[in-house]
Each structure stands twice: as C-alpha cells, then as structure tokens.
Write a protein that binds this ligand. Structure first.
Ligand code: CA
Length: 226
C-alpha cells in the first residue's frame, strides 16, 4: 500500500486515477490545484506524487521543482503536451516518469508500481566506488564528482549512469536499461531512455553533442567509455 498524492484539476481524470489506485490497494489523496497540492505535500509524507503539468494556479513545472528541492519522492507527470521539448523538460525538472494524455490507467498503474519498487528497493549490499579519472561516482553517497565539482543528477539519471559505469564498454540496450533501472517491462517504442541519456549527457559531458563518456552504439544501445 502506498500513499499517493494526485494533483490534477480535471475531476474525471483525478477520479479515474484515484479509483484505479484504490483498486490496486493504494491510498490516494486528490488536490485539484497547485497551491493546495503544495500544502498537502508539505504537511504529509507521500510515497509517490502524480502531478498534472497544466494546473489553474501554479504550473506543474514549478511544483515539480519545488517538490524536488525538498524530497526524493517519485514524481509521475501527466501532461497533454506530447511534443518532445516538453518531455525533455519534464525530466530536466526532476520528474521520474511521464505520461501523455489520454493515457491508459493500466499503463499508469504499471509505471507507478515500477517507480514504487525502485524507490523502496534496498540499497545494494555492495556499494561501489568508480573512479574514472575526471569522473568519480560514489554509489553509497549517490554522488557524482567531475573534476572536483559535484554534479546533480536526478535519481534515474544516476541509476542509468551507475549501470553503464558498472561495466565499461558493455552495450546496454534500451530494454536492458528500462528493465534493470526503471523496473518495468519494455513493450514497443519507448523514448524515455533516450530522454534521460540526453539529459545525463547535458550534465556530465564537456560537449554533449560529441560525448566522450556515455556513447551510443547505433541500432544497439549505450555504453560507458571507460
Ligand atoms: Ca490540467
């Protein structure tokens, strides 16, 4: 059972999502605007937040940044904007996953369960330090240092990088990354991984368009060049 806050101004969507969550054994709380959502977030401890991007008062983007500055609670964004720019933006402001309306409530449940499993997973028994010269990754403290400066990655970006670094040169397919890092089964076309990789490169690479750490093997996947 997870305590889940839904911040959504469209009553019908909030109701459907809330019913699905209840039927899946969760405890949903609904707020229909950003200010109330923000206050409820501050006054309670939630296991996950479902956040609509277009709210009548404060934007979902602002609220997502607000939440991310205070908590690592998983944030699932709902949006009517399907274009890639807003998708990339969603990840950059710290959302963990993203669904475009109209969405299938069953798909939403699968993704929510995956986010909850990730956030509840026990920390790995063996914590590993990776020192790749300029880049140092501390699994235990979940820190990434580049030439002495700490870089701030989202939890998923960190997990993807950690996965790639754990086996330099090995190619991980999108399916590998989705299954092992994000925790759900891969079906069909999913550009989620590409978005996370692009954001990761924009943070860790000197020149994101000509990356030297996280490389693409065309038609196969991604690998860490170590
Ligand atoms: Ca809305």
């Amino acid at each position: 059972m997870a305590k889940i806050l839904i911040i959504e101004d469209e009553d019908k969507i909030a109701e459907v999502v809330s019913d699905y969550l209840k039927n899946n054994g969760h405890e949903p709380f609904v707020e229909s605007n950003g200010i109330r959502g923000q206050n409820t977030f501050l006054e309670n401890k939630f296991d996950l937040i479902i956040l609509d991007l277009m709210l009548p008062d404060i934007s979902g983007e602002c609220l997502c940044r607000f939440i991310r500055r205070r908590s690592r609670v998983p944030v699932m964004m709902l949006t009517a904007k399907a274009d890639e720019a807003s998708l990339l933006y969603g990840f950059r402001i710290g959302a963990d996953d993203y669904l475009t309306k109209p969405f299938s409530p069953r798909e939403l449940m699968v993704r929510i369960d995956a986010l909850l499993r990730r956030s509840r997973a026990e920390p790995a028994m063996q914590l590993i330090d990776f020192d790749m010269g300029d880049l140092k990754l501390d699994s235990g403290k979940r820190k990434l240092i580049k030439r002495g400066v700490e870089l701030h990655l989202t939890p998923i970006e960190f997990d993807i990088l950690e996965k790639l670094i754990s086996s330099p040169g090995r190619i991980f397919t999108r399916e590998d990354i989705i299954q092992s890092v994000m925790g759900y089964d891969f079906k069909g076309i999913d550009r989620t991984v590409d978005s996370h990789i692009r954001n990761l490169r924009s943070k860790i690479e000197d020149c994101p368009k000509a990356p030297s750490y996280v490389l693409t093997q065309r038609g196969k996947g991604f690998y860490f060049n170590g």
